[in-house]
Write a protein that binds this ligand. Structure first.
Ligand code: HEC
Ligand code: HEC
Length: 381
């Protein structure tokens, strides 16, 4: 209620509630004061309605037990409103709040599970994975927090990676998986339809991508696609197509597809881009459960920054696309920094400036740092 600047809503709730209770009370009293009770031996007054020849409506008083039930509900309501919040901003005599109850339950849970968790927190992650108790707990946590996306059997679905195979986007080392879970991941595959000159370009590159995993392809188209691939795709997927786990760029040679391996799906991935987001779970599973939304924003912002960086690096007016590579987004002292590499420092600086806010759409304060052909572009919120 403190959200409102006037007390209007406070009284809007209190007055009708109190008046309603008083009105109910008066109504029931009026009905129970014996009015209409016929003197002994006499018939009750008729209301003048008759059905089926002799079925007559009489004005008998309501039964006492029934009226008493009404009194009980009224007293219950008054007691409830006195003890619990219900009358406008009045907090109730017990001082109960839903947040307080939640906190109390969390405290009880922390007291109960805290020692269990801290035992495992002190252990090496590989030893934890070998512990049967820990695995049982992990399974329950997985069903609660992860199964919605990765499936209750962890085999994933289109766009949500299978966690049971040994093909990893970001790497399968326990420490890397821990980072994935705690901080989340944002896969950034930009849309290429325009850069590839429309559908036929996308189709050529798709042929080349299929050739990487040994599928049968139209060789002439694949050759055309290879040229495009060498300029536009190597930065992330590598010259040999085996991908880059630092960026989450999938291996394109293993014929395992996050978004489906049919010609239609792969063309869709290339033409429109993909942006898989694994939300950060550190705060949900650990201490600070409140910051998750902020981190999601942060992941979305990283995606946006990286996409802009790739756009700029591809712009022949700004850089020589074949010599400019955009790396990951990192945190540098609280700023988001894009790492760009290239032989042409002037080109890199132009990319940086375009990204940093010198064109109308992108208004981000930024600082540039060029160091041995690596440009760090620091972006402030
Ligand atoms: C809202 C959906 C969602 C939830 C909830 C979610 N994930 Fe993910 N997860 C994803 C997506 C999408 C990706 C792939 C990100 C990408 O495409 O770059 C992913 C990626 C991963 C990866 C990296 C896989 C690889 O190949 O490198 C791991 C590990 C992972 N999730 C584990 C978990 C665990 C454990 C939980 C529960 C604590 C969880 N995820 C909850 C959507 C989710
Ligand atoms: C900025 C880095 C980057 C560049 C450049 C890039 N990709 Fe990707 N690509 C990714 C990432 C990251 C993913 C995974 C997206 C996700 O996890 O949602 C991806 C996914 C894909 C997929 C889907 C793979 C699957 O398993 O379903 C295909 C196909 C693909 N890229 C092809 C290409 C082609 C062809 C090019 C060049 C025209 C290209 N990529 C350029 C980063 C890049």
């Amino acid at each position: 209620m403190a959200d409102f600047t006037s007390s209007f809503w406070n009284w809007y709730i209190i007055i009708p509630t109190v008046l309603g209770i008083i009105a109910c009370f008066l109504l029931i009293r009026w009905l129970s004061t014996g009015k209409g009770t016929p003197p002994a031996g006499e018939e009750a007054e008729s209301m003048g309605h008759v059905w089926d020849e002799d079925l007559e409506e009489l004005n008998n008083p309501l039964p006492r037990w029934w009226l008493n039930l009404f009194y009980i509900t009224l007293f219950f309501g008054i007691g409830y409103l006195a003890l619990y919040p219900g009358l406008g901003t009045f907090a109730g005599l017990l001082g109960w709040t839903s947040i307080g109850q939640y906190q109390q339950e969390m405290d009880v849970a922390d007291a109960k599970y805290g020692p269990l968790f801290s035992k495992f927190a002190a252990m090496d992650i590989v030893a934890v994975a070998d512990d049967a108790d820990a695995r049982r707990m992990g399974e329950r946590l997985f069903v609660n927090y992860c199964a919605t996306c990765h499936g209750s059997d962890a085999r994933g679905a289109r766009g949500f990676p299978n966690l049971r195979d040994s093909y990893w986007l970001y790497g399968g080392d326990p420490a890397v998986i821990e980072q994935t879970i705690l901080n989340g991941r944002a896969g950034v595959m930009p849309a290429w339809e325009q850069a590839l000159g429309g559908e036929s370009g996308v189709s050529d590159v798709t042929e080349y991508v299929f050739s990487l995993s040994g599928r049968k392809v139209d060789q002439a188209a694949a050759d055309r696609g290879r040229k495009q691939y060498q300029t536009l795709c190597v930065a992330c997927h590598g010259a040999d197509g085996t991908g880059n786990q630092a960026l989450g760029a999938p291996n394109l040679t293993d014929n395992i597809w996050l978004y489906g391996g049919s010609r239609k799906r792969v063309m869709e991935s290339i033409a429109a881009g993909r942006n898989g987001i694994m939300p950060p779970h550190g705060d949900l599973l650990g201490e600070n459960r409140n910051d998750v939304v902020g981190d999601l924003d942060d992941a979305a912002r990283q995606v946006e920054v990286l996409r802009d960086a790739v756009d700029c690096a591809r712009d022949p007016q700004l850089a020589e696309p074949e010599h400019t590579h955009v790396g990951s987004v990192q945190r540098v002292e609280g700023d988001l920094a894009v790492e760009c590499r290239g032989d042409d420092v002037r080109g890199l600086a132009l990319v940086g400036r375009a990204l940093g806010g010198h064109d109308g759409n992108r208004q981000r304060a930024c600082a540039l740092r060029v160091d041995h052909g690596v440009l760090l572009l620091l972006l402030r919120p």
